[in-house]
Design a protein around this ligand. Structure first.
Ligand code: ATP
Length: 466
């Protein structure tokens, strides 16, 4: 086991380092020592994230007639989070070391950690932290609104939202009244959430600022359990479509004693990260709890009126709630591969390749003129670039030998490399073929090459990058 752990740790270190060197993810505020628990996405990470979010939006909103989107404010009214229970109870148990002052989440400590200050003590001495009794630490970031915010004015308090869900619950009636939706229907949202995590760790996995992709699916009470199971299946399918295979995912049916008291059913979807099996998403049947609480606290009627049966009732909610950054991290971990190759002449070589599914790959195609000092090749390559650029993120590269350029694209997961060579310009192929106005398309995973006519290139690529 020790050996495997070491390999996984090394693998994670390599992934973190590749993310930085290739421009996927950087530590936020790195120049000034880093802001703990916050991350900036670089040029390629931004494309990857946009692609994952767009794919999620397409599957959960655009391709469905029963789900609409919303984009709520991040600053949240105190009353909303009081009603939801976050002000009173959104906390984790925290313990401090009385000697080195380090803080830990009590429920995540498998063993008493080694104290940083006692590490120098002679062998045989007790080096463990002396821990305080656990105390509850509220995870919400509080802020004051308005220029004249009085320190003691409770009405000036607002919070950075700890989840996207609450803005959906408090707007559900407005959405219902402004659309012609009928139960069952859903409201989807992708956006930032903030939690003052006691111990941010495992790269972006546990951050203090992160993005969620959530659907609140409203239904009749009798449909809740069935729809929860259906959502679970849909969500598992989504992950395999973006390159996280079913066999690396684990579904936990959360037992009664660990579920929120109002939830009749909760599934956690976990992924085998290099640092262990950890949660990607929760799919929870939340009953009438959320809307019921907002009705109670606001004093407004939030019931749904069923025009056919003439019934009035609080709709029940099924919530698939995914972490966008955790999904990105799973996609990156899954894509990362170091492949052993044997070069011509038997020499061993290895290549690093990010095997992203084309639908999420940051760059869809690289356009590579064989030589940069041949104006005809460059002109043709630029023509191909102009043809594709309005439709997808492409990368144009004319520096270095073609083999090196291929490897660079492998490292960032570009599924297709398009080489413009002398055959494109009309030179005969090795067997006398006429390849005029065709390009060589190299496939990232197999490294196989084929010729595609420039006139066919756009539909050829579009069919493969969705
Ligand atoms: P955890 O137990 O890991 O703290 P949670 O069960 O509190 O997570 P939820 O409140 O169910 O998380 O949030 C839904 C999703 O939001 C999680 O499945 C996860 O993907 C994402 N998420 C929650 N907290 C964080 C975080 N600190 N950093 C990144 N993503 C997060």
């Amino acid at each position: 086991m020790a050996n495997k752990d070491q390999t996984d740790t090394e693998r994670m270190e390599k992934i973190v380092s590749l993310c930085k060197s290739k421009g996927f993810i950087f530590q936020s505020g790195e120049l000034y020592g880093g802001l703990n628990g916050c991350w900036d996405y670089g040029p390629l990470g931004t494309e990857l994230k946009r692609n994952v979010k767009e794919f999620w939006w397409r599957k959960n909103v655009l391709e469905r007639e029963d789900i609409v989107g919303m984009d709520g404010s991040i600053l949240t009214h105190q009353a909303v989070l009081t009603a939801s229970g976050h002000v009173g109870g959104f906390s984790d148990p925290m313990v401090d070391c009385k000697v080195c002052n380090k803080r830990y989440r009590a429920d995540q400590l498998d063993e008493i950690p080694t104290c940083e200050k006692k590490a120098q003590l002679p062998k045989g001495e007790d080096k463990s932290c002396e821990l305080t009794e656990p105390k509850e630490f509220n995870l919400m970031f509080q802020t004051k609104m308005g220029a004249s915010a009085d320190e003691n004015d409770p009405n000036a308090i607002a919070y950075l939202r700890p989840e996207t869900a609450q803005s959906i619950f408090v707007q559900y009636k407005n959405v219902l009244d402004s659309t012609r939706l009928k139960l069952p229907f859903g409201i989807a949202q992708i956006g930032k959430a903030f939690r003052n995590e006691i111990n941010p760790r495992n790269f972006t996995f546990r951050s203090r600022e992160f993005e969620q992709m959530e659907v609140e699916y409203f239904c009749r009470p009798e449909d809740g359990l069935r729809l929860t199971d259906e959502w679970l299946e849909k969500r598992l399918e989504f992950y395999s479509e973006i390159g996280v295979p079913r066999e690396k995912l684990h579904v936990l049916d959360i037992p009664d004693e660990d579920r929120a008291h109002y939830s009749e059913k909760t599934y956690d979807i976990e992924y085998d990260f290099p640092f262990g099996q950890q949660e990607l998403e929760g799919v929870a049947y939340r009953g009438a709890y959320d809307i019921g609480k907002h009705q109670e606290h606001s004093g407004k009627n939030l019931e749904y009126f069923d025009a056919e049966t003439k019934e009035r009732f609080i709709p029940h909610v099924v919530e698939p709630s995914a972490g966008c950054d955790r999904t990105i991290l799973a996609v990156i971990c899954e894509a990362y591969d170091v492949e052993d190759l044997t070069k011509e002449g038997g020499k061993k070589d290895e290549r690093t390749v990010m095997r992203f599914q084309p639908c999420v790959a940051p760059i869809k195609a690289a356009i590579l003129p064989l030589l940069k000092n041949k104006p005809e090749l460059v002109a043709k390559a630029k023509e191909v670039k102009a043809l594709l650029q309005p439709h997808m993120n492409i990368f144009y590269d004319e520096t270095a030998a073609i083999g090196r350029r291929y490897r660079r694209q492998d490292e960032v997961g570009t599924p297709f490399c398009i080489a413009i060579d002398f055959e494109t310009l009309g030179e005969e192929g090795p067997n006398g073929e006429d390849f005029t106005d065709t390009v060589t398309v190299r496939h990232r995973d197999s490294m196989e090459q084929e010729r595609v006519a420039i006139s066919e290139l756009l539909p050829w690529l579009l069919a493969r990058i969705v």
